[in-house]
Design a protein around this ligand. Sequence first.
Ligand code: NI
Length: 228
Amino acid sequence: MILCIPQILNLQQLEQFRAQLEGAGAPWVDGRATAGYQGASVKHNRQLDETSALARQLGGAVLAELERNALFISAALPQRVYPPLFNSYEAGMSFGSHVDGAIRRLPGLGQALRTDLSATLFLVAPEEYEGGELVLEGPGGVQRFKLPAGDMVLYPTSARHHVTAVTRGRRLACFFWIQSLVRQVVQREQLFDLDSAIQRLNATGADPDSMVRLVGVYHNLLRAWSEP
Ligand code: NI
């Protein structure tokens, strides 16, 4: 399942993020610092030093928004979220076709995080730069994403993907991985579908007893399928 979630960050937050990321003091490093063996040869971008105070501050602000985003929680059923990272593509930069590693170590904790889902949160309006599309290479064809500033795409980390070259302007984005409580994609999708239907029934006035039964089914499936 690929899902676009609108307005994770509002205009005011985006302005603050950009002022800091575009500021002279922002600690940008070569993106290859965090790439795996296969990714390093095709990765040409810059990344905010993930140990910096700025990365922690902005990442924390993104996490705070995710924690109260009902659509994100329903779709991802997050167990652990990797501290958000930030990247920058300027003219001539791109990230060739690759797959993300299955396991990441949480910085400072040494704990493993299984990458079930990937997220890219766009920080710059699409008309401000040329190129810089996130392209997911599915078996049935490619899907391209270049979302409005503040919007985020959530996709299975198993998908091969690339970022097309930026030819004008600067593409700033936030990205991270999620380990879901529900490992199996089919089960996670069923829960999301069921939860979405329940929300809709709730809003349109279903009979109360049926609602309780449906909500019970949802939670019993979640209990059976989650693996914290
Ligand atoms: Ni990637």
